[in-house]
Design a protein around this ligand. Structure first.
Ligand code: NAD
Length: 329
C-alpha cells in the first residue's frame, strides 16, 4: 500500500522508517500541512495521514475521494480541524489517535502549574537581571493546599486528576460523562460548584459547539478571586479578552496556556515577538502568564505512538476494516 504522510517532523522519521521496514508499506513523507494547494499530491496513493492545527477545507475531502482514497487519518487527538459530516458526505472515513499518551499532556500541565504557583517566570527574569531579593507576593502556594477543577475528566483530565490527588490536592471534576473508576481520585460536581470552590481551573474538553468560548465574562464572574487558569486543550475554549480582563484586574492569580485561539498566526514559526497579535504580546509580558508552543503532547513516547497507531489505522481503514479510533461524529 502507498501512504502519503503530510506535516512530518524530523523526530517522527525513525518510527516511520521502522513501520515501513516491518510492514512493507511504501510511505512518502511531506513537511507541509494538508491543504487544497497540495491535496493533488495524494493522487496515486491509497491512504493519507496528517497532523496539523490548520483546518482541512471540505473541498479536500472531495479531491481525496476522486483519487480513490477512502480515509483521512490524523496523528493527533483533537479532530476539531475536520468536518466529519463533509468527510462522510464525500464517502471517506476518518480517524484520530485518541490516546497516544494522555500522561504526556497531563504531566506538562502539572509542570506548568508548579511553575505558576512558584512564580518561576518572574524569578527567572529577576535573577537573569541580577535581582536576587525576596519580595512580598513572591511566596508560593503548595500543591496539597489546592482545590483543582478539571473541566473534562476524559483521558487527559483524569490522568492529571490522579497525579494531583496523589500529591494531596483536592480534585473536582466537571464532565457530562461519568466514570465510576475516577471516584478514587476526584469528586464530580456541577460547573458552578467547581468554579466557586477551585483555586485552579484546568481545561481538558474537546473543542466543539458546546465548549467553544466556555470561559467567557460570565464564567470568570463565577470563579474565586486569585484562581489560576490552565489551558492545555484547545485555544478557543477561552475568550482571550475575558481572560486578559481578569488578569489585568488581578482577579486571576495567573494562567498557563499551551494553546491560544489565534495560534495558527504564529505557532511553529520563528517570528519577531513584536509582530504577534497584540493580545498575545500582552500575555507574553505578564510574569504570571506562562505560554508554550502547543508542546504538551511532545514526548518521545507520544511521537512513537502517534506514528505507529496512525499508520496502522490508516492501512486498516483503507482496507475497509473496523478500528477503535474511527471518528463517527
Ligand atoms: P477525551 O475525549 O478523552 O476527554 C474529553 C472529556 O471532556 C470527555 O470525558 C468528555 O465527556 C468531556 N466533555 C465534553 N464536553 C464537555 C463539557 N461541555 N464540559 C465538561 N466536560 C466535557 O479527550 P482527551 O484525550 O482527554 O483530550 C482533551 C483535550 O486535550 C482535547 O481538546 C484535545 O484536543 C486536547 N489535546 C491537547 C494536546 C496538546 O498538546 N496541548 C494534546 C492532546 C490533546
Amino acid at each position: 500500500m502507498k501512504i502519503l504522510m503530510y506535516a512530518v517532523l524530523g523526530d517522527e522519521l525513525p518510527y516511520i522508517e521502522k513501520f515501513a521496514a516491518v510492514t512493507g508499506q511504501q510511505i512518502t513523507k511531506l513537511t507541509d500541512y494538508l491543504s487544497l494547494d497540495n491535496v493533488q499530491l495524494a493522487k496515486g496513493y491509497d491512504a493519507v495521514v496528517t497532523q496539523q492545527t490548520f483546518d482541512i477545507p471540505d473541498a479536500v475531502y472531495a479531491r481525496l475521494a476522486e483519487f480513490g482514497i477512502k480515509q483521512i487519518t490524523l496523528r493527533q487527538v483533537g479532530y476539531d480541524i475536520l468536518n466529519i459530516q463533509a468527510i462522510h458526505k464525500a464517502g471517506l472515513r476518518a480517524s484520530n489517535v485518541a490516546a497516544y499518551s494522555p500522561r504526556a499532556i497531563a504531566e506538562y500541565t502539572l509542570t506548568q502549574l508548579m511553575n505558576l504557583i512558584r512564580h518561576n517566570k518572574k524569578y527567572y527574569r529577576t535573577t537573569t537581571a541580577g535581582d536576587w531579593t525576596w519580595k512580598v507576593g513572591g511566596q508560593a502556594k503548595e500543591i496539597h493546599e489546592l482545590t483543582v477543577a478539571v473541566i473534562g475528566a476524559g483521558r487527559i483530565g483524569s490522568a492529571l486528576a490522579e497525579m494531583l490527588h496523589a500529591l494531596g490536592a483536592k480534585v473536582l471534576a466537571v464532565d457530562p460523562v461519568y466514570h465510576a473508576q475516577n471516584e478514587a481520585f476526584l469528586d464530580y460536581v456541577s460547573l458552578d460548584e467547581a468554579l466557586k470552590e477551585a483555586d485552579v481551573i484546568s481545561f481538558h474538553t474537546p473543542l466543539n459547539d458546546q465548549t467553544r468560548g466556555m470561559a467567557n465574562d460570565a464564567f470568570f464572574k463565577k470563579i474565586q478571586k486569585k484562581a489560576y487558569i490552565l489551558n492545555f486543550a484547545r485555544g478557543p475554549l477561552i475568550e482571550t479578552e475575558a481572560l486578559l480582563k481578569n488578569l489585568r484586574s488581578d482577579k486571576l492569580a495567573g494562567a498557563a496556556l499551551d494553546v491560544l485561539p489565534n495560534e495558527n498566526d504564529f505557532m511553529n514559526r520563528v517570528q519577531d515577538p513584536k509582530t504577534v497579535p497584540a493580545d498575545v504580546q500582552e500575555l507574553m509580558a505578564m510574569d504570571n502568564v506562562l505560554l508554550s508552543p502547543h508542546v504538551a503532547f511532545y514526548s518521545d513516547l507520544a511521537i512513537k505512538n502517534m506514528v505507529e497507531i496512525s499508520l496502522k489505522d490508516a492501512v486498516a481503514l483503507a482496507q475497509g476494516e473496523r478500528i477503535e479510533n474511527e471518528i463517527f461524529y
